[in-house]
Design a protein. Sequence first.
Length: 74
Amino acid sequence: MVAYEFYYSDPVKGYDLLGILPERRKNPARITQYSVIKWGRMLLCDNMNEKSIFFKKVTISENTGKFFRVTPSL
């Protein structure tokens, strides 16, 4: 299963994990960087600056529940 780890970039503290949200959309054309950030802000941290939030795409093993980082293909 694909999921997103959302982080907040704080100039003093560094990076804070805000939460992890699973991807539920069936249509891949609807999945854009903007839509993922907007969705994360809406559910996790509506009052934070959008430029201070970023995400990492991860996969979650259906069998073990362990997280695996998705690495970009070259």
